[in-house]
Each structure stands twice: as C-alpha cells, then as structure tokens.
Design a binder for this molecule. Structure first.
Ligand code: AOF
Ligand code: ZN
Length: 377
C-alpha cells in the first residue's frame, strides 16, 4: 500500500496532535497556578481524536483524566498526547501515569519532562515499566515557551516575568501631570487586557498605584476569572480609599512591602482583605527584585505581568529578571517633561545596559506592539 496504515502515527501526525494539545492547554494560562497549563488529546487505535482535556481552573483535575473520561473505552489501544510528562505522585487524585495505564493507552507522546521533583522522569518510567510506548520531545521548544511560567517557578524558584510598557514616540509613559490612560488606542488596550488574562498576576509599583488609581482588572473580554493584583510598595504608602482598597475583597490584592512597613498600615490593609507579603530589601534599601519574585513564586505564582511604573520597571530590567517585554508605542509626543518609561539605572558604560532580543512586531490600530525576549546568550 501507499503511505502509513490508518491509525499509524507519523512524525507529522504526532506534531499535529501535540500542537492541538498545546492550544488546548493554553486555555489554562492565568488560571491554573501554581500548576502548569497542560493539554491532553486522546487518539484512538484508528487515529481518530476521541478525547480532549486541559488542566482545570485552579489546577485540578489534571488534563489526562478529563480527556480519558471523554474517550471512554476508545482509549484502549490508543495514544495520549500530553504537553507535559504525566504526573507520578498521588495528590487528591491518583497519578495520571497510572490512570493512563489503567485506561489501556498503548502509546504516550509528550513534549517534555516535568521538572517537579515529585515527577522528574518518574511518570515516563511508570508508563514504560507498564509496557506503554513512550515518545518525548515532540514540539519541545514551543511547549517550553508556553510552559515557561511553571518551569521557571520549579527550576528558578520564581515566576516568569513579562514587562509591559506603553509609551509615546519619545519614550514617555505619562504627561507631566501624570495623565497616562489614553496614550495607546483601543486595539492596544484590548490586547493588554488579553495579556493580563493569560497571566496569574498583574503587578505595579506604588508610584503608579498612587498616580493612576488603577483597577488592574481584566475588562471587556467576557471572561470569568481575574488575575491577582500585586502592588510593590516598600512603605505601604498607598491610598486607603482608592480602587484597590475598595475592591480587595472581590479580586485579590497582594501588597509586597519591605521590613520597615508601618504595623498599623499592615493591619489596615489586612482589614480591607489584602494579603501582605514581606519582601527582602537590597543594599539600597529598596525592595530587591529577585527577592520580590522569589516571594511571589513561593506564593504559587507562575506568570507575572508588570505594568510599570518607571522605577519598578528599571529595577526589574537591571536585575535581569525580565523574560519578555511587550512595548506598545503610540504616535503621540509628550516631551521631556513627561514621565520616562524607565527610571534612573545608574549605568556606567553602554555594555552594562540591559539588552533584549526582538521576537515579533505587530501593528495594532494606530499603535505598534513589539515583543522582546531575554537574550539567553
Ligand atoms: C499532569 N497533568 O494536567 C497537570 C500536572 O497538586 P497536584 O496533585 O495537582 O500536583 C501538581 C503537580 O502536578 C504540578 O507541580 C505538576 O508537576 C503536575 N501538573 N500533571 O499530569 C496536568 N497540571
Ligand atoms: Zn497528573
């Protein structure tokens, strides 16, 4: 005959099903933390898709049991495409590797090993020991980029960090009076809201929280979840009657403060429903960026979206903890009296300047979006 028999997997069909599992898993981004956003597709012995699952909001149930439940008896002799190595540990539910074996899955295709020490190769090993054919590394780079938040929390102890800047032609983020809401147009704003929704938390510095009184919520997308709102304020000098204070019981507000924050302010914010996180300070007495992210990682966050302001953004870039940068540029000129996108960095030579690599450029209405990535030289 010509070509592979029906149901016989080729490298192309493996990649196609893995790409579908990746898209499916991505639905969980921003709402499954501290767990990874995993996707799973079950293909029956004839090569037909029989079940689909993705990590449920809140992180459980995992992707595999949901896809298997959909497939029912069609899973017997079939293939499971999973974006991450199936888990090997017993939590509130049995290990997914065991569930796949018991469903009679003959072949498991994954993109990468789960670095969680409770899994770390054990899931693949359990499957192989039960006679399941295991293939790994399919679409590894794409899945790794999508899972960066979870991978970062497990291997670096901190969340992936995306920095967003919305600037004028001359690199300003606000007028001299602090007005900043309408620099970019509606298309760019919609994209910002979508980006917020795919992150576990939206973060700003105290200056921005004071100047803008931002809500930091996702609006206009018709979604049912909201990222955590993180404000970094060493001394907790934040308005106790702004939007964040008023809504802290509806959408979580986490305040990252230094060791010298006022006890009464801590108590007042706790009374409003905020969660307070004490963070280490550096030799300059400012909150240490790496320590800040480690604190957020320990609290379970995997993906953090920082929207400024200039001081916090500069400190994060200088500390080399920015994984991705989203630059929204508007065709408006604000002049030198406007607020600069980045605060002082105290650089000596150009060679000390943080540098990122361009990954993509898009036109959004009358604005431009450029996406940059940490250069892993
Ligand atoms: C999977 N499929 O869909 C996900 C997995 O606290 P637990 O018991 O839910 O375990 C969390 C760990 O499970 C997490 O750190 C990661 O290793 C794995 N996540 N595994 O087989 C899934 N979300
Ligand atoms: Zn699992």
């Amino acid at each position: 005959g010509h070509g592979p028999a029906p149901g016989r997997a080729t490298a192309e069909t493996d990649q196609r099903h893995m790409a579908a599992a990746l898209t499916l898993g991505a639905r969980g981004l921003g709402r499954v933390w501290p767990n990874p956003a995993v996707g799973c597709i079950i293909v029956d012995a004839q090569g037909r898709v029989a079940g689909r699952g993705w990590t449920a909001p809140g992180g459980r149930p995992h992707a595999e049991p949901q896809a298997l439940a959909q497939a029912g008896t069609a899973a017997r002799g079939g293939t499971a495409y999973v974006t991450l190595e199936p888990c090997a540990h017993t939590g509130q539910t049995p290990p997914c590797a065991r569930t796949l074996i018991e469903a009679g899955i003959a072949r498991v295709v994954t993109a990468l090993e789960d670095p969680d020490p409770r899994v770390a190769g054990e899931g693949h090993a359990m499957l192989r020991a039960a006679g399941v054919d295991v293939v790994t590394g399919v679409l590894e780079d794409r899945v790794r980029a999508m899972q960066l938040g979870f991978l970062s929390r497990i291997t670096r102890g901190r969340p992936m960090l995306t920095l967003k800047l919305a600037t004028s032609l001359d690199g300003r983020i606000a007028t001299a009076s602090g007005e900043s809401q309408w620099i970019t147009g509606p298309e760019a704003r919609r994209r910002v809201h979508a980006m917020r929704a795919s992150h576990d938390a939206v973060m700003v510095g105290a200056g921005t929280a004071r100047a803008d009184d931002p809500g930091l919520t996702v609006r206009g997308l018709g979604i049912s979840w909201q990222p955590v709102r993180v404000v970094v304020s060493r001394r907790l000098d934040l308005p106790l009657e702004g939007q964040l204070a008023r809504t802290a019981r509806d959408v979580p507000v986490w305040l990252c403060h230094g060791p010298d924050a006022d006890r009464d302010l801590i108590a007042a914010w706790q009374g409003l429903g905020a969660r307070l996180l004490a963070c280490p300070v550096g030799p300059d007495r400012q909150i240490d960026p790496a320590g800040l992210l480690e604190t957020l990682g320990a609290a379970g966050l995997t993906r953090v979206f920082c929207e400024g302001g200039g001081a916090l953004a500069a400190s994060l870039l200088l500390a080399d903890v920015v994984d991705r940068l989203a630059m929204f540029g508007a065709g408006v000129a604000l002049g030198a009296e406007g607020w600069p996108a980045l605060g002082a960095m105290g650089l000596g030579a150009l060679s000390e300047a943080p540098r990122l690599r361009l990954s993509r450029v898009e036109q959004l209405g009358g604005d431009v979006l450029s996406l940059w990535e940490k250069d892993l030289r």
